[in-house]
Every structure is written in C-alpha cells, then in structure tokens.
Design a protein around this ligand. Structure first.
Ligand SMILES: *[C@@H]1O[C@H](CO)[C@@H](O)[C@H](O)[C@H]1NC(C)=O
Ligand SMILES: *[C@@H]1O[C@H](CO)[C@@H](O)[C@H](O)[C@H]1NC(C)=O
Ligand SMILES: *[C@@H]1O[C@H](CO)[C@@H](O)[C@H](O)[C@H]1NC(C)=O
Ligand SMILES: *[C@@H]1O[C@H](CO)[C@@H](O)[C@H](O)[C@H]1NC(C)=O
Ligand SMILES: *[C@@H]1O[C@H](CO)[C@@H](O)[C@H](O)[C@H]1NC(C)=O
Length: 390
C-alpha cells in the first residue's frame, strides 16, 4: 500500500475514478472518444490546480481537488443529474432529517458491478461532544492515504472543530443532535454516523471511535485488517451480572427473549452490509427505546443483541478497540502523559492473548485503544513513528 507521491497519485485516481478503465463492449466508439476527451480535459484541470499555489501542504481529500468548493457550487445544478454526487456527496453537510437520511443510507444497488472504479474505503466515525484533542496523532496516521478512508464527526449540534484545512477532520462534521450518555440518543447518533457514511458508496468498513481513541498500528495495517476481514467486530457476550442480564426487561418479551440478550462495547466495527442492516432496522430499535432504560444503556445492548439474534455468523463477537476496565466503576481507566510509555503501548499491541482472524490465530486483537487524555498527545506523537510506524 505504499503510495505514489501525492499529486501524482491524485491525477491517476481522478482519471480512473468515475469511468471504467476498460470501457464495456456495448459502449459505442463515439462514447469512448468523448470519455477519453473528458478524461484528458479533467486530468489537465487537475494538473492546473495542483500547480496553483492556493493549495498549501497537500490535499486532505482527493475530492477537494476534484470538487473545489467554489467550482462545485457553481456547477452543482449540472452535477445533480450525474453520478458523481450520487456516488459520493461532495460534502458531508446536508439538510435531511434522520428519517430521510436513514432512508437514503439504506439504499442498496441491485446491479452487482459498479459503473465506476470503486476503491473500498474505511469510514472512521468519531463521536465527540467537542474537540478531538488527539487529532494531530490521527492526522499523522491518515497522512498519505487519502484515497482509502473517510472521516465523519458527530459533535454537539453546531459545534465546529478548530482544525486546519489540511486536516482529515476539516469540514467533516455531520448534522448532529444532542446526545445524552446512556440514552437511546447515543444509538441515534451511531445510526446518523452510519447513514452519513453509507452515502459514500466507496465506504466498505465502518468504525465507531471516540475522541479519546488512538490508532495503535499504522494505516496500511489497519486498512488491510478491516478490508480483508470476513467478519465484523462487534463485541457481543452474555454476562450473568446486574450489568449484563440484569439490564434485560421483561417488557421486551417476546420480541427479545432473555437467552438472546447480549452486552458489548459501544465501539463497533461493521461492514457495509451490516451497516445497512442497522440503519434500516426499526422494529427492535423501538423495543430498546421503550424498555432499555433507565440504567440500561442501549448503546451497549441494541447492536450486540440484534446481531446475536439475526446475523451472528457475520460477527467475531470481539471489539478491535482496547480499553481497560480492570478498575471498578462506571468508566474505564484514562491514560495521560505519565502512563504513555513504549512498553505500555506495546502491551496493547500484543498482550499475549491470541485472537482469531479469518479462521487463523493472530496476536493482533486490537487496532485502536482508549481512553487517552489530551496530555497523552505529546508522548504519543513522539513515539508514533518508531513504535507504531506512522
Ligand atoms: C483555533 O486554533 C488556533 C491554532 O491552534 C488558535 O490559535 C485559535 O485561537 C483557535 N480558535 C478557536 C476559536 O479556538
Ligand atoms: C441480518 O439479519 C436481518 C434479519 O434476518 C436481515 O434482514 C439482514 O439482511 C441480515 N444482514 C446481513 C448483512 O446479512
Ligand atoms: C459469535 O456469536 C454468534 C452467535 O451470536 C455465533 O454464531 C458465532 O459463531 C460467533 N462467532 C465467533 C467467531 O465465535
Ligand atoms: C490482554 O487484554 C485483554 C483485554 O483487555 C485482557 O482480558 C487480558 O487479560 C490481557 N492479557 C494479558 C496477558 O495482559
Ligand atoms: C521523545 O522521547 C525521547 C525519549 O524519551 C526524548 O529524548 C525526546 O526528547 C522526546 N522528543 C520530543 C520531541 O518530545
């Protein structure tokens, strides 16, 4: 996955992105000529843009080159009837309500072949109330891999991240609503992130992360692990405690039976088909909304229980986000400046546990870790290239 120099790579991508590399037979020669002419014309345009000095360090997303803000707006009427904006909305902002958004997110084409060159991407979906203090670390992680990921941020309504134009987080805030910890509004926000990410047909894997999460391997490793995985990573287990089975409510019967009840970390990873499944689901959502409260935490039960009931074989039942619950209490341990040493990070990357990946044993159980305080940023940036190779 070693990438070409950025500007060069962008040129190649752009010319291949929306037109098949080898036109299908049924295309007439004339059409091929037109397409070729357009490709050359667009490549020229991109070349022109890439030498223009308005773009500073590099292009955070190749779409910024392809759809510069001003040009996109002035051409928006023309583009609406084309395929580009349908395949990947030029911006994550929109004015749909949840019902409209989920409906659009649930769309699945019935023709198997894509009429454009599809490069599967990982959608990194961040749930935060405010800033993302570890954003410089994430940007280091993302740097150079623009073609292979998308970022979506669910914030407090109207909150704008203070990041530079070169950041992968720049203008990636989705239309958000108030989220209350432990309530169904957290599930709503998860579905909002999923549905937004589903609007980009290139997104294939969907990871939910918090502002205290960090990547513990480099991008190519994380990308390959997720893209090539036969299963998704939603923790789902049965726990005979007040915090597990104790949260089941008799009122959920018969839709959800006690033996089907599961618990799991909120921080999931889903493939595209399962993301569509969860965005489209409403029957059990309403059961959880009505009866998984108070002190029930729907975000820890709804998806783990649903997948257990209907899609168990597609799930690994484990999470790829490490966390330390060894301390008693409602919140896991938080790590700051003092805690972040090479040994500590190494012990998360490989703590001696063997996990299963595509039916084979692996020492790589986790790709991300939480919870890290803002003070952890400095030591993490310091050791990221040596230890985590990014
Ligand atoms: C945004 O970040 C810059 C640079 O870190 C800082 O100078 C500026 O005060 C910040 N703006 C706000 C509104 O926080
Ligand atoms: C998961 O199960 C539901 C209910 O049976 C089904 O409608 C959905 O298609 C399944 N999802 C996948 C990805 O197989
Ligand atoms: C995960 O649990 C489901 C039942 O919900 C089971 O069918 C599946 O085999 C389990 N997956 C693994 C990898 O153990
Ligand atoms: C590795 O991490 C898992 C999950 O946090 C934990 O259950 C296990 O005990 C750890 N193993 C060692 C040897 O630390
Ligand atoms: C990074 O850590 C090393 C070893 O602890 C230290 O010597 C060095 O000063 C640190 N560099 C920065 C930029 O913090």
């Amino acid at each position: 996955m070693k990438s070409l120099p950025k500007s060069k790579r962008d040129e190649v991508d752009v010319s291949n992105e929306f037109f098949p590399a080898t036109p299908r037979k049924e295309f007439s020669i004339g059409l091929i000529r037109i397409v070729t002419a357009m490709v050359i014309f667009m490549a020229g345009g991109v070349l022109g843009l890439s030498v223009s000095s308005t773009f500073t360090r590099y292009y955070p997303l190749h779409t910024d080159v392809f759809f510069p803000e001003t040009r996109y707006i002035s051409n928006s009427n023309r583009d609406c009837s084309g395929i580009r904006n349908f395949v990947k909305p030029a911006q994550v902002n929109h004015n749909m309500n949840d019902q409209q958004l989920f409906w659009r997110g649930s769309m699945v084409p019935t023709i198997k072949d894509y009429p454009f060159r599809r490069v599967p991407k990982v959608a990194f979906m961040f749930m935060t109330r405010g800033s993302i203090p570890l954003q410089p670390l994430w940007d280091k992680f993302f740097d150079g891999h623009e073609k292979y990921f998308s970022v979506y941020v669910h914030t407090a309504p109207g909150y704008k991240l203070n990041v530079s134009k070169t950041s992968a987080f720049y203008r990636q805030e989705i239309p958000s609503q108030v989220v209350e910890w432990g309530s169904i509004t957290l599930v709503d926000a998860e579905k909002r992130l999923l549905a937004n990410a589903l609007l980009d047909f290139n997104n294939e894997r969907f990871v939910l992360l918090s502002e205290s999460c960090i990547p513990i391997f480099n991008f190519p490793k994380v990308y390959n692990y997720l893209i090539n995985s036969k299963q998704s990573y939603v923790q789902s287990y049965d726990e005979d405690t007040p915090r597990g089975r104790g949260r089941y409510s008799r009122h959920m019967y018969p839709e959800v039976r006690p033996f089907q009840w599961r618990k799991g970390s909120e921080w999931f990873e889903l493939n595209r088909k399962l993301a569509v499944t969860m965005v489209s689901e409403s029957k059990y959502y309403h059961v959880f909304k009505k009866y998984c409260r108070p002190s029930c935490y729907p975000d820890e039960h709804y998806i783990p229980t649903y997948l257990n009931m209907f899609n168990g074989s597609l799930n690994s039942n484990r999470t790829v986000t490490w966390v330390d619950w060894s301390r008693e209490g409602p919140h896991p341990a938080m790590f700051g400046n003092e805690d972040v040493t090479e040994d500590f990070i190494n012990s998360i990357r490989n703590n001696g546990t063997i996990c299963t990946y595509n039916n084979r044993p692996t020492s790589v159980c986790y790709l991300f870790a939480r919870k890290f305080a803002p003070s952890a940023l400095r030591p993490l940036l310091n050791m990221s290239s040596k230890l985590m190779k990014y």
